[in-house]
Design a protein around this ligand. Structure first.
Ligand SMILES: [Zn+2]
Length: 293
C-alpha cells in the first residue's frame, strides 16, 4: 500500500516536472521575441496611448494575436523619485517572474547619480535582463557624464542598455551614441528605433566595425521605424543599411502600446528579409543581447 502510494507520488511528480519543463522550454525556444514593449503601472495604463492600455493582459492578448512568443517588458522612471523608480522596477520584475513569456527590462533616471547606480545593481541581482533609458522622455543629454556611468555599470552587471535614439532636437545625438559605445565596449547598447529619421547615419557603425577600437557592441531595434518606411522610397535604403551594419545587430520590437504588435509583426514578415535573416531579427539576436538562453 505504502509502496504503491509512493509510486503514484513519483509518477505525479514526474508528470508535473515534465509539464513544467515543457512550459519553460516552450518560452525559452520562443520563435518570435518582441524586445520593446512597455508595461505601465496599474492605474496609468493609458498614459502612453489613450486608446490602448499598456497592461500585461492587453500585451498577452496582442502577443497571441500576432504570434509573438516572448516580450521584453520595460519601465520608464522619473527623476528624483527613487520610491516610484523602485516600485515600477519591482512591478516589472514581478510580472516577468510570474509570466514565462516576459523578461524584465528595468529603468533608472541616469541623472539620479549614485541612487541610479545602486538601483542598477539591485535590479540586476533581481533578474532584470536590460535597462531602458530615454533621453527625450526622461529629459537628459546622452552626452552627460552620468549617462556614461550608468552605461558602464549596467554592462558590468550584465544588463544591456536600451536607449531611445529618436532625438529630434539633438543634431549631435549620433556622435554621442558613438562615444558611449566606444567608451563602454563591455556594454551591449541597443539604439531603440534605429535612430528613426536619422537611420542612415547609423551606417557609421558599419565603418567603425572595420577598425580595431569598436567592439560591435551596438544593436538596434526596428520598432516604429520599420513601419514608418514600409512601402516607401526609403524602404530599400533601410534594408541596405541594416545589411551593411550586419543583420546580427538588429531586433524586432513593437513599442507596444504606442504601436500594436500584429501590424508591426506583419510589416516585418513582409519586408523582404530572408527566412534566415528573420530568424535572427525575431529570435537569435535578442537571445544573445539579453542572455535569454
Ligand atoms: Zn518605447
Amino acid at each position: 500500500m505504502k509502496n504503491s502510494m509512493n509510486k503514484r507520488f513519483f509518477l505525479v511528480a514526474a508528470i508535473l516536472f515534465a509539464a513544467s519543463s515543457i512550459n519553460v522550454s516552450l518560452a525559452k525556444d520562443a520563435g518570435v521575441i518582441d524586445m520593446h514593449a512597455h508595461v505601465l503601472l496599474p492605474g496609468q495604463e493609458r498614459s502612453l496611448n489613450p486608446s490602448t492600455p499598456g497592461s500585461p493582459e492587453e500585451l498577452k492578448k496582442q502577443m497571441k494575436a500576432a504570434g509573438v512568443d516572448m516580450a521584453g517588458i520595460m519601465s520608464m522612471v522619473p527623476k528624483d523619485n527613487m520610491e516610484v523608480t523602485r516600485a515600477y522596477n519591482d512591478f516589472i520584475l514581478a510580472q516577468a517572474k510570474e509570466n514565462d513569456e516576459f523578461f524584465a527590462i528595468a529603468s533608472v533616471h541616469p541623472l539620479d547619480g549614485a541612487d541610479a547606480i545602486t538601483e542598477i545593481e539591485r535590479v540586476a541581482k533581481a533578474g532584470a535582463k536590460g535597462l531602458k533609458i530615454h533621453p527625450f522622455f526622461q529629459g537628459f543629454d546622452p552626452g552627460h557624464a552620468d549617462v556614461a556611468a550608468v552605461v558602464k555599470v549596467a554592462g558590468d552587471n550584465g544588463l544591456a542598455v536600451i536607449m531611445d535614439s529618436i532625438s529630434a532636437d539633438d543634431g549631435d545625438s549620433t556622435g554621442k551614441f558613438v562615444n558611449l559605445a566606444l567608451a563602454n565596449p563591455q556594454t551591449k547598447i541597443v539604439l531603440a528605433h534605429t535612430a528613426g529619421a536619422r537611420f542612415h547615419e547609423m551606417i557609421l557603425f558599419a565603418v567603425f566595425a572595420k577598425g580595431p577600437y569598436y567592439k560591435n557592441n551596438v544593436y538596434f531595434d526596428l520598432s516604429a521605424t520599420a513601419e514608418l518606411y514600409a512601402n516607401s522610397p526609403r524602404q530599400d535604403e533601410l534594408m541596405w543599411t541594416i545589411r551593411e551594419i550586419g543583420i546580427d545587430q538588429f531586433m524586432f520590437g513593437s513599442d507596444f502600446p504606442v504601436f500594436d504588435i500584429k501590424p508591426a509583426k506583419d510589416t516585418m514578415d513582409d519586408y523582404g528579409f530572408s527566412k534566415e535573416e528573420l530568424t535572427k531579427i525575431y529570435s537569435t539576436n535578442a537571445r544573445k543581447v539579453f542572455g535569454l538562453d
